[in-house]
Each structure stands twice: as structure tokens, then as C-alpha cells.
Design a protein around this ligand. Structure first.
Ligand code: GLU
Length: 505
């Protein structure tokens, strides 16, 4: 491997929005490529026209733009091995199908879907393979003249791979070690369909990995069962020498219980399983995305990196360069990784804490504007600084911080009952006078004067502060009291105090 340049590909099929597991696969490919100074390729596997979904390719490209994971080659980027969209490579695949046919490693089969269904009904666990292929309608069981005639008549056919039975096939997997299966359990997979003149996934995938000089195939565990067939295909083409190394990543599991993470888990437990919001072009259904939910792309990358890989230390927060530096396939696990969405939110919180207040302020400012509030950005930034340690998402700031920008018109009933005593109005009237007399309304000065006033008059700090808070906030929440009053300023503080005294009496 030392003298060959590492080349990896992410090869999604545009059959809908990219699942977060697919994003994880792409991320591991990306980290591996960057770590080894290699290339990261985007190939679109769109040979199954029946499953093609409008907009899915654009969605995939936009997702990686958002995440900041750049491809070196591929759809949307270009490169020396293009085209990178499989539907544009028909001619290439036809040539390789012909090679297999000429070498007697594949054959033409005419069985219609109805005939195959009937066979499956008749024979329990029917498998199209060495034991059954001669009972079927194909170029192995029929004379050549008949085959030629049927093709000339325009009969639809498929090309099947001729799997030699009874051989042990070994898949060397960098995460799982050697996985050995016997070829007798494989069926003669369809490699090509005359109907749409397109290869199936298996053929296109192998031919392209070879032609694109892919050195490592890093993909989800669900493809492990295809790997033995892929090994046989490499051999059939005589490409064993340049066969890529395989690494099958562990499944992403439901947050609760067993089984694969699905979109339904997200709907049920209220978290996204797609990077971006997805508008289904057919049903019109909208699915939530990490971006729209308010996740930072760095937090998503960091969280996903640790779902199936571990650094071998306690470190949890990683920048992208740190991930590139530390990533290795040897530290990927075989067993499934639970998708802990609360942990995902925790990561976002950590990134909020690490970001400058001024970096977060524009996002909060947009929310304020949407709520009809135009505040100077430095004041928005100040509020972010006071409150960001309490949130996982910037969107949580509005309900939490509204009172900084809008005076309360109502007072939380429970808090009033508990905090507004019969003497509160008179205490607040005194406090009003104290504050009114201040020229310096800074946090420190206010605090010193008010505390002295409390002490001199033998008041309870809790009584005064709780009522004061209720008057300014309308509830029993918020940061340090004098943070609030100094932010609001003298005029607004007095106005709110006065209003509370009049309203609550
Ligand atoms: N097109 C396959 C997918 O959608 C690619 C699998 C592979 O990476 O070989 O995931």
C-alpha cells in the first residue's frame, strides 16, 4: 500500500435523502483519505432507475458542503476518471459485460419475472445457481442459434454471473478480519439488464472501483454480504492484484433497544436522522434535518466520528484536523453503535460554549428579527454571553431570553404566589427609590448599593431579589439579577419595577 496513493469513494444511490449513517460512512472515508494524503471521490450510483428520486443527488452534494467535507473528484467536482455518475457510463459497462460473456464467466438468461416467480413457488428456497441453472432458459441450457434468434427478435434478457460452486471465498476486512464463506450459498447474480441497458449495482460498483483505482472500500455493514460476490468478480476480471481492501463499518443502532436506526425512531423520539431537511418530492412530506434543528456542522462531524470509532482516550471534543490526525480503521469497532441523540445535543452545547459570542449572535439576531425585535448586535451578543451555557441550540435562546428585549406583560402565577409577599410592593417601592438615585448603573455599583440597603434595613436578600426578578423578568428565571438590571439600564428597570408594583400590588 505504501507506494500506491490511497483512493476512497463515497458511492451513494440517489434514492432519497442521505441517511445519517451514510454521512458517517462518507466521513470515515474522508478522514481516511486525508490522513493518508489520498483522494476522496463522490460517485453517484444511479443504475437502478426504478429507485431514482428527484433532487436526491443535489441533496447529497449540499449536505457535504454544509458539513465542510470536500471531495477531490467526482460528481460536481470533475476529475480524470469521469463521468462519475453511473448512468453516464453505460458504454463502459457494456464492454465489461461482454468480457465476462466472452470468457464464459457469465451467461444470458431469458427467464421472465413470471417464470422465476413460478419456479420459486414450486421449489422451496429456489436459488438460481450451478444446481438449477440448466433447468432454466439461458445460454447454458439452450443452443446458441436459439439464443441469437431470441436476441434478434428483441427478447429482453439479463446477464447472470456464473458462480463456480464449492469454493471458499475469503474477504479480508480491515475491521472484521477474514470473513470466509462458501460460493455454493451464492446465487448467479444478475449483472446486467437489457431492458434498461444498465448494469446492476454489483457490476457497476466493481468495474468503477477498478477503473477509478479505488484502494479501500469503506462502507456500511449492510454491504458485507455482497463482498464475497465482489471478490469473485474481481477474480473473474483478473484484477485480484489491484483489488481494494474492504472495511465494513458497524451499524448505527436505535437509541433504545436493538435494531438498526430508522427514520421512524427519529419521528418517535424527536430527533433528525438526515443531515438537512428533506422535502419528499412525491408525498410532500418534510423530514427534519440536523442543520435546520440548529446543529453546527462541526458538532455533527464530531459526534458521528465517535459512532463506531474511538480514539482510545477519554477525549471527546475533536476538531476536524484532530480527527484526521487520530483516525484509523483499526480503532473502528465491529459491533453496532447506539445512536445517542442526547449525546448529539450535548456535543452541540459544547460547541456553543467554545464559539465566540459574536459568532453565535447573528443566528440569535435572525430569530429576534423574526419576532419583530431589532436590537443592536452588541446587545444581542451580550445576551448570548450571559445565557449560552444554558442551551444546546441557539433556538432555545428566544424563550429563555425574550425578557431582555420585551418587558413582561404577565407574571408567572406560581412565582407570584411564592415570591410576591404582602410586603413585596413596599420593599420594591423602596428599592425603586434607591435605584432611582443611582447615577452609576453598572452591575458592580448597583450590587454594592442595593446590598447595603438590604443590610441597613434588616431585609432578607432572598425576599428582595426574588420580587425584583419577578418584576423585571415576569418569572423566576434568568441569570444573575444585576446582570439583568444593568443590561436593561436604569430607565427600563424602573419602568418594569413600577409596573409590577402597580399590577401585583
Ligand atoms: N450504492 C451503494 C450505496 O448506496 C454503495 C455501496 C458501496 O459503497 O459499495 O450505499
Amino acid at each position: 500500500m505504501s507506494d500506491t496513493k490511497v483512493r476512497v469513494r463515497f458511492a451513494p444511490s440517489p434514492t432519497g435523502p442521505l441517511h445519517i449513517g451514510g454521512v458517517r460512512t462518507a466521513l470515515y472515508n474522508y478522514l481516511f483519505a486525508r490522513k493518508h494524503g489520498g483522494d476522496f471521490i463522490l460517485r453517484i450510483e444511479d443504475t437502478d432507475s426504478t429507485r431514482f428520486v428527484e433532487g436526491a443527488e443535489e441533496y447529497i452534494i449540499e449536505s457535504f458542503k454544509w458539513l465542510g467535507l470536500k471531495f477531490d473528484e467526482g460528481v460536481g467536482v470533475g476529475g480524470p476518471h469521469g463521468p462519475y455518475r453511473q448512468s453516464e457510463r453505460r458504454e463502459i459497462y457494456r464492454e465489461y459485460v461482454k468480457r465476462l460473456l466472452d470468457a464464459d464467466k457469465a451467461y444470458i438468461a431469458f427467464d421472465t419475472p413470471e417464470e422465476l416467480a413460478k419456479k420459486r413457488e414450486e421449489v422451496k428456497n429456489f436459488q438460481y445457481d450451478a444446481t438449477t441453472r440448466l433447468q432454466m432458459r439461458n445460454s447454458l441450457s439452450m443452443p446458441k442459434s436459439e439464443v441469437d434468434q431470441l436476441i434478434a427478435q428483441g427478447q429482453q434478457y439479463v446477464v447472470r454471473f456464473k458462480v463456480e460452486p464449492g469454493q471458499d471465498i475469503c474477504v479480508h476486512d480491515l475491521i472484521r478480519g477474514d470473513v470466509v464463506i462458501n460460493s455454493s450459498i451464492l446465487d448467479d447474480k444478475v449483472l446486467y439488464k437489457s431492458a434498461d441497458q444498465l448494469p446492476t449495482y454489483h457490476l457497476a460498483n466493481i468495474v468503477d472501483d477498478h477503473l477509478m483505482e479505488v484502494t479501500h472500500v469503506i462502507r456500511g455493514e449492510e454491504w458485507l454480504s455482497s463482498a464475497p460476490l465482489h471478490v469473485l468478480l474481481y477474480k473473474a476480471f483478473g484484477w485480484e492484484q489491484s483489488m481494494p481492501q474492504f472495511a465494513h463499518l458497524p451499524l448505527l443502532l436505535k437509541p433504545d433497544g436493538k435494531g438498526k436506526l430508522s427514520k421512524r425512531d427519529g419521528d418517535r423520539l424527536g430527533f433528525p436522522v438526515f443531515p438537512l431537511e428533506w422535502h419528499d418530492p412525491k408525498s410532500g412530506e418534510i423530514s427534519n434535518g440536523f442543520r435546520e434543528k440548529g446543529y453546527f456542522p462541526e458538532a455533527v462531524v464530531n459526534f458521528l466520528a465517535l459512532l463506531g470509532w474511538n480514539p482510545g482516550t477519554e477525549q471527546e471534543i475533536f476538531s476536524l484536523p484532530e480527527l484526521i490526525d487520530q483516525f484509523s480503521l483499526e480503532r473502528c469497532s465491529k459491533s453496532g453503535a447506539k445512536f445517542d441523540f442526547q449525546k448529539a445535543a450535548w456535543f452541540n452545547h459544547e460547541y456553543i460554549l467554545r464559539k465566540e459570542d459574536s459568532e453565535i449572535a447573528p443566528q440569535f439576531d435572525a430569530i429576534l428579527k423574526a419576532n419583530g425585535i431589532n436590537a443592536p448586535l452588541d446587545r444581542v451578543t451580550q445576551v448570548v454571553g450571559m445565557m449560552k451555557n444554558r442551551i444546546n441550540f441557539v433556538s432555545e435562546l428566544w424563550p429563555l431570553c425574550k425578557f431582555f428585549f420585551v418587558a413582561p406583560t404577565e407574571y408567572d402565577e406560581k412565582t407570584v404566589k411564592k415570591r410576591w409577599k404582602e410586603y413585596s410592593a413596599s420593599q420594591m417601592r423602596d428599592l425603586y427609590k434607591v435605584l432611582e438615585g443611582l447615577d452609576d448603573f453598572s452591575l458592580e455599583h448597583q450590587e454594592a448599593v442595593v446590598m447595603k440597603h438590604i443590610e441597613d434595613n434588616g431585609l432578607k436578600t432572598g425576599d428582595v431579589m426574588n420580587a425584583f426578578r419577578l418584576a423585571l423578568v415576569g418569572a423566576g428565571v434568568g441569570p444573575h439579577m444585576f446582570d439583568i438590571s444593568s443590561f436593561l439600564g436604569k430607565e427600563e428597570t424602573l419602568r418594569r419595577l413600577d409596573r409590577a408594583i402597580k399590577t401585583l400590588g
